[in-house]
Design a protein around this ligand. Structure first.
Ligand code: PNS
Length: 178
């Protein structure tokens, strides 16, 4: 048994978060029901071309969780389990929206377990209303002029607007029926 001190009240929630969505926020909220602190860890991946820089993603998450000391944000590179070990976390949180997420997540969880059996992966399901929400779709919809207000926090909508130089789309007026 590894004698390194681990904090069972700290969970690491890793991801690209390019950008965060309400689905991510929902997972953080659920994580906080079980763990005292959730640390969102942004992967620094030099091979990917993200929309938001790591610094921008850090700033977005900091703003979204301003005043909530239980949510921390950090960056990491290299193996996730090494990062979790370094910060003394015993749990990795991953969100599973649908069965289609499961296979990849399952592979990652088992590989991470093989790499470090002391660290557990916990899968959490977001609210069904976010089951179709992904960072990739949010970017695509916004870029094509669609409204993303209900699926991302206000800071993300503002940042998307700044990034693409397009205004936030106002809510469409509902047509009267009957
Ligand atoms: O938000 P994402 O892009 O689905 O997050 C994927 C992430 C960051 C969790 C995954 O790519 C990862 O953990 N990368 C770090 C490198 C690593 O540990 N790879 C082995 C995983 S078994």
């Amino acid at each position: 048994m590894n004698s390194r001190r681990r904090d069972s009240s700290l969970a690491v929630f890793p991801g690209s978060f390019d950008p965060i969505t309400n689905g991510h926020l929902d997972i953080v909220e659920r994580g906080l029901r079980i763990f005292d602190r959730v640390r969102m860890a942004i992967l620094v991946n030099v091979e990917k071309q993200p929309l938001f820089t790591v610094e921008e993603r850090l700033a977005i998450i900091r703003e979204a969780y301003q005043g909530n000391p239980r949510v921390e944000v950090d960056t990491f590179s290299g193996l996730l389990v090494d990062y979790a070990e370094r910060v003394g976390a015993s749990v990795i949180i991953r969100g599973i929206r649908a069965i289609s997420d499961f296979e990849y997540e399952f592979q990652m969880a088992l590989m991470n377990r093989r790499l470090n059996p002391q660290i557990e992966t916990v899968f959490m399901m977001p609210a069904e209303s976010y089951s179709y929400v992904s960072s990739r779709l949010v970017k695509e919809v916004f870029q094509l002029g669609g409204r993303v207000t209900d699926v991302v926090p206000p800071v993300v909508e503002r940042r998307l607007s700044d990034k693409y130089g397009t205004p936030v789309r106002p809510a469409s007026r509902r047509r009267k029926t009957g």
